[in-house]
Each structure stands twice: as structure tokens, then as C-alpha cells.
Write a protein of this length. Structure first.
Length: 682
């Protein structure tokens, strides 16, 4: 049944308004509507879960496809090198079996040496593999080849991967592109360069410094043996001509031809293997398949991570740590895998400590600057799974910034309520943005907000809600706090209930103190019980406008140009009572304070009603009654209406209504006195 009803959502012409109207017609009562609401919510959750699963499945399929493409690309690259190698071998075989070579063999001339074949293959490999190289390599002797990493001369940061081809009179430097192809960079004469062995440091190992005509350059080898081999080969290239002259002066005696040919046949298999290994980087890796050393970069990863952390490149360090861990998780069979894993784990802990220290040190007098400075460290800590530590440190830093800002605000006599809740909102928004994928950290934010609110309330009581504070100042202070606190609900934080609980006892004591103080002021001044004369029209007009603003119109009680047909104490009490009602109404927005505030208003009205003329003073009883009836029938209803409207509550003022009924019974009209004339008639 539910699935049939929910099919309406899948229709292309679905209209929310029509569906809502139809739903209201079909449902009977609120319970039925609530049931339909739950069904729609369940369907919404199911649809959302299905979409998430679909997106996740597509994402995983995309990752698998990318992996397959990467594997295929690697295999194609290997096949390309194998084909080049096979073509070189076929070309060498063709050269050996050519008619010219056969004729030379028949004439008894010496066959080409292994060195000549190796040079020919190396020359052909360079021309085919290196893009952009147009140099002439004919007649040159091949010495060595291999991959190195070029480092920055200032901070030893890796710049790029390079590949060297070393001949007797030229060093060819190539760049290894992202697709593992070689691009020609430069060539140098080995006799015009100097090689300096760099001592191993914590930041860099297995490095050599080559001083070229273009300047000094630092290159790093994967292993110490590779570094030693390059130093030796570059030295051989530097002294190649001298060695050649020495060989010409004193040639070594040659063995007999029979023995020499047999020796060549015996050494030919191993020489062929070394030839293939030297000419092709892929073949050299295949020759080392017995001992898997892994990729070049993983052996230098720990040193690079240390360098990146020291230079504050935290994002690059975290990316390299993740790359290393992912590779080891897939393949941990290479040499020194366990040691590298332990080093990387220790470096990850070191990076975490550094980031937490960075986060702790980013506190500032300005909260916005503090939060902006913490974003970088927070993002990395969340990515490496240290969200709990990061959120705790962030909240400690935010606490320091918030309390510093409040102290400065108190010194400058600015409103701390707006500042506090604005800062609290900024911290909450920044926190939710940084840890949106970590729901477990939201609880820490709620606990922190309650703790900060408790501290804020204690400071508020200490500095602004002290004993003896007038009720109008209390009302303004509390109203200035409640409004920004209520705005926190827009980001999902409702702290109003907690705030009212923290301030309740203090506010009740201040209300009781104000009640006692105000009751003492009622009836202190002696009233002549005569109409109130304001002396001038402007004074009367000003008073009427002021009372209009408070919600009461006294124009019906004015007589003449400057008179009000009520006593001065009644008029002043009216103004004061309406002001007090507004102040109490603002505080009464919290239901827990309602009884205390209503009691204050009731006692004030009772005290004013109890005021009587001084004994011996000749007054008109009807005028006294008029003042009391004015307070009862005009002022009190308006005060009740204002109290309910300002407080925003539908609650009835039971105490004030009971007082009104009680006073109506007490006050009865006094009959007008009649003049009685007496005469003596005899």
C-alpha cells in the first residue's frame, strides 16, 4: 500500500501543492497526518540510502576502472621497451650476418668486440627512447645509465626524476615524464664537470653534487651502491683519453686465437645478459626480480617526509605518507618494507604532534584570525584520522580567544552578550565545517558550548547582575542576551533552556529585592488629593504623549488647559507602573520567572490602592474613589494586556485578575453628601 502511494512522487507532473491539499482532504485528524508524515519520511530515508549506495557503487567502479587503465598503461610501456630491445637484438644479428662481415670473417679479420656491440645498442636506444636529442653518438663508448632524482640546491627538495646516459665524452641528462617517457634536457662534457661526494645527512642521503657550466646541481641515487657506481663511472669518463693513451703505449699480450675464441664463446651468454640489462631500464628491473627493491621513491620517502615537515610543507608530507602507506598495503614484499613502514608510522606521529602544536600556537586576540589560522592544521589532522585530538585542541584555543575578547569588551564598556554569542556562532560554524564528516566530534562541541555558556553566565552575574541592580537594567541585560542566544538555533544549537537555568536563581533574588524596595517607595510622598496641575500646556502635552507611548490615553481626564482630574501621585504611579510592567514582561518570557513578576505587579497595585488620605485632611471621598477606580478599571486591564503581549505568552495573569475581582467587591460608590439646613421654629 505504501509503495503504491509513494509512486505519486515519481510522476513527472508531481505537484507539491496538489498533493498536500489531497492529503489534507484524505486524512482525518492530526494522528492520521502524523502517520502519513512518518511514511513519507521513511520513503525519503529509503530513497536517500538507495542514492548513496548507487553513488558509492559508481565511485568504486570509477576507481577500479582507473586502476585497470593504469595497469594497462604500464603494461604497454613494458611491451614497448621489450619490442625496442628485440629490434636492437635483431639489428645486431643482421649486422653480424651481413655479406661484408662474412667476407671479413673469411679473410680472417677479427670480429667486432663485445664493447662495440654494446656501444651500438646504447646509441640506438638513446636515439629511440630520448625525445628531442639530435646529437651524434657514433664512435662513442657507452659507460653507464640509470635513474636519479634532481634536488633543490637550497633545501634539498625533490625537483624531478632524471635519467643519465654516460658515454666517454658526453653525459646526456633526460627528464622522466609522467608517462615514463624520456625528454632530453641537456648534455655535458665529462671533462668539463666536477663531481663532489655529499656526506649523508638527516635530510638527504646518497647524493652527489655535479658542478656543470650551467651551475651546481645535486642528484640523488636510490642506493649507496648506485651513488658509488656513478662517482666511479664519471671518474672513468674524465680519465678516458688518458687510459686510452696508456693502452696504446703498452698493449697487453693477447692469448692464442683458439683460446680467445673459446673464451669469447664461454663469456657470450653472460655478456648478452649484461648488454640487455644495461640498455633497457625495464630489463634491468627484470634482472632484479629475484630481490624486489620496490620503486625508487619509496626508499627515499622517509627522508623526504622529514624534509617536508621541517620546511612546513605539511600537505605534501601528509600526501607522501598516505601514498607510502597505500603502496605498502598493496605490496609489502620488497626489501626493507618493515623498516620503511615503522619509519613512516613514526613520521606520521611526528607530523601529528607538529600539527597539534601549530594548532595550539595559533591563538590570537582576534577570534577570526585564530579560526582562519587553524584551518590548515585541522584539515590535515582530519585527513590522517586525528579528528578527536584536533577538535579538543581547537576548542581549547577558541576558549582562550573568547575569554580574552570578553575581558577586553568589559574594559571598553561594550556589550559582551552580542560579542559572546557572535563568537560562539563563528566557532560552531568553523567546527561544523571542519568536522562535517566526523559526527562523533559534535558531542564535544555541545559540551564545550555548555561550559562556555556557564562561564559567561558566571561573569554576567559577577559584573552586571550584582546585588542592588535596578530592574530596568536587569531587563535590558537579559533581553540583550536572549535574542542572540535564540539565533543559535539557526545552526542547530539551542542553549536558551540552559541559559535560563543558569540565571534563574540570580534573577529571582533580584526580582524579590526590587519588590521590597519598590513597595517601600509607594505612599512615601504626602498627597493633597487634589487634581494635578501641570502649569503649562506644553507640560500637559508632553505628559500625554509619554503616556500614549506606554499604552494609555488620559485625555478623557484632562480639564481646562493644564489640569488632569486625578491626583499627582496617581498620574506618576500610572507612568511608573506601566514602565515596570514592560520591564517585568521582558523578563517573563521565561516561564519560570512569571510567578515572581506577577506577584511584584500585584503587590505594587495593592500598595497603591491601600494609600489613604492623611487623618485630618479635608478631602472629597468621591475624588478619592475616582482615583482608586481609575487604577482598578483603567490602569490594571491595560497593564495586564501589555504584560501578556510583550511577554508573548497566552498565559492568563491569575493573580492580577483575582486582585481586580477582590478590589471591585471592596470599592463601593459613596453617596454624595447633601447639605441639611436646620431652623428653629417656635
Amino acid at each position: 500500500m505504501m509503495s503504491e502511494v509513494m509512486k505519486d512522487f515519481d510522476k513527472p507532473d508531481f505537484s507539491v501543492d496538489k498533493y498536500t491539499k489531497q492529503l489534507v482532504k484524505e486524512c482525518v485528524g492530526g494522528a492520521d497526518l502524523q502517520q502519513r508524515k512518518k511514511e513519507i519520511q521513511v520513503y525519503s530515508d529509503q530513497t536517500s540510502a538507495t542514492l548513496k549506495k548507487s553513488v558509492y557503487a559508481n565511485y568504486m567502479q570509477f576507481i577500479e576502472t582507473a586502476k585497470e587503465i593504469s595497469h594497462l598503461e604500464s603494461e604497454m610501456y613494458q611491451l614497448s621497451h621489450i619490442l625496442i630491445e628485440q629490434r636492437n637484438i635483431l639489428a645486431s644479428l643482421t649486422d653480424e650476418k651481413s655479406p661484408g662481415n662474412a667476407q671479413n670473417n673469411e679473410e680472417g679479420e677479427e670480429q667486432p668486440t663485445q664493447e662495440d656491440v654494446e656501444n651500438s645498442h646504447a646509441t640506438r636506444a638513446v636515439k629511440e627512447m630520448v625525445q628531442g636529442f639530435n646529437g651524434n653518438l657514433e664512435g662513442k663508448t657507452f659507460l653507464n645509465e640509470g635513474a636519479l632524482i634532481e634536488l633543490d640546491t637550497n633545501d634539498y627538495r625533490p625537483i624531478q626524476r632524471v635519467f643519465f646516459f654516460l658515454f666517454n665524452d658526453v653525459l646526456i641528462v633526460c627528464k622522466v615524464k609522467h608517462d615514463k617517457r624520456l625528454e632530453f634536457l641537456s648534455e655535458y662534457d665529462p671533462k668539463k664537470i666536477a663531481v663532489i661526494n655529499i656526506k649523508d645527512l638527516d635530510g638527504v642521503r646518497n647524493a652527489i653534487n655535479i658542478i656543470t657550466p650551467d651551475g651546481s646541481k645535486i642528484f640523488q641515487s636510490v642506493t649507496a651502491a648506485g651513488k658509488t657506481e656513478w662517482i666511479e663511472k664519471l671518474e672513468v669518463a674524465f680519465r678516458f683519453d688518458q687510459q686510452k693513451k696508456t693502452n696504446k703505449k703498452g698493449p697487453a699480450p693477447q692469448p692464442p686465437k683458439a683460446k680467445q675464441s673459446s673464451q669469447q664463446q664461454k663469456d657470450s651468454p653472460s655478456d648478452a645478459k649484461s648488454l640487455v640489462s644495461d640498455l633497457s631500464p625495464t630489463a634491468s628491473h627484470a634482472g632484479k626480480a629475484v630481490e624486489n627493491y620496490g620503486p625508487d621513491w619509496i626508499h627515499t620517502a622517509s627522508e623526504e617526509i622529514q624534509t617536508l615537515v621541517a620546511q612546513r610543507y605539511f600537505e605534501d608530507a601528509q600526501a607522501l605518507i598516505k601514498r607510502t602507506q597505500d603502496y605498502i598495503a598493496k605490496d609489502s614484499s620488497f626489501v626493507n618494507a618493515k623498516q620503511i613502514t615503522e619509519k613512516v608510522k613514526a613520521l606520521e606521529t611526528q607530523l601529528t604532534d607538529v600539527l597539534l602544536q601549530e594548532l595550539s600556537n595559533c591563538h590570537c586576540r582576534n577570534l577570526q584570525v585564530t579560526l582562519r589560522a587553524s584551518r590548515r592544521s585541522l584539515k590535515i589532522l582530519v585527513d590522517i584520522g586525528r579528528a578527536r585530538q584536533a577538535c579538543g585542541t581547537l576548542l581549547k584555543v577558541a576558549t582562550m580567544a573568547l575569554r580574552t575578547a570578553q575581558r577586553e569588551a568589559r574594559r571598553n564598556n561594550t556589550e559582551i552578550s552580542e560579542l559572546f554569542f557572535c563568537d560562539l556562532t563563528q566557532v560552531a560554524c568553523e567546527f561544523l565545517t571542519a568536522f562535517e564528516t566526523q559526527p562523533a566530534c559534535v558531542g564535544a562541541l555541545v559540551v564545550w558550548c555548555n561550559a562556555e555558556l556557564q562561564y559567561f553566565a558566571s561573569q554576567l552575574i559577577k559584573h552586571y547582575l550584582t546585588k542592588g541592580t535596578h530592574l530596568d537594567a536587569v531587563a535590558k541585560c537579559i533581553e540583550g542576551i536572549r535574542k542572540p542566544c535564540a539565533k543559535l538555533t539557526e545552526i542547530g544549537l539551542d542553549l536558551s533552556y540552559h541559559l535560563e537555568g543558569l540565571l534563574r536563581s540570580t534573577l529571582e533574588s533580584l526580582i524579590e529585592e526590587s519588590r521590597v524596595r519598590l513597595l517601600e517607595t509607594v505612599g512615601r510622598s504626602e498627597d493633597t488629593w487634589q487634581p494635578y496641575n501641570l502649569q503649562t500646556k506644553s507640560n500637559l502635552k508632553r505628559l500625554l504623549l509619554e503616556l500614549d507611548a506606554l499604552g494609555i490615553d488620559m485625555r478623557t481626564h484632562t480639564t481646562g488647559d493644564t489640569w488632569i482630574n486625578l491626583t499627582q501621585s496617581t498620574v506618576l504611579f500610572t507612568r511608573h507602573y506601566l514602565q515596570l510592567t514592560a520591564q517585568c514582561a521582558h523578563l517573563a518570557k521565561s516561564e519560570v520567572l512569571w510567578p515572581s513578576l506577577e506577584l511584584l505587579l500585584r503587590d505594587m497595585m495593592m500598595a497603591q490602592q491601600a494609600v489613604k488620605p492623611v487623618t485630618g485632611l479635608s478631602v472629597d471621598p468621591n475624588f478619592v474613589l475616582k482615583n482608586k477606580l481609575y487604577l482598578l478599571e483603567e490602569l490594571l486591564p491595560i497593564a495586564i494586556t501589555n504584560f501578556r503581549s510583550i511577554s508573548g505568552s497566552e498565559r492568563k495573569c491569575e493573580m492580577l485578575l483575582d486582585l481586580q475581582r477582590h478590589l471591585r467587591k471592596q470599592l463601593a460608590p459613596v453617596p454624595k453628601q447633601r447639605s441639611v439646613y436646620q431652623t428653629d421654629v417656635f
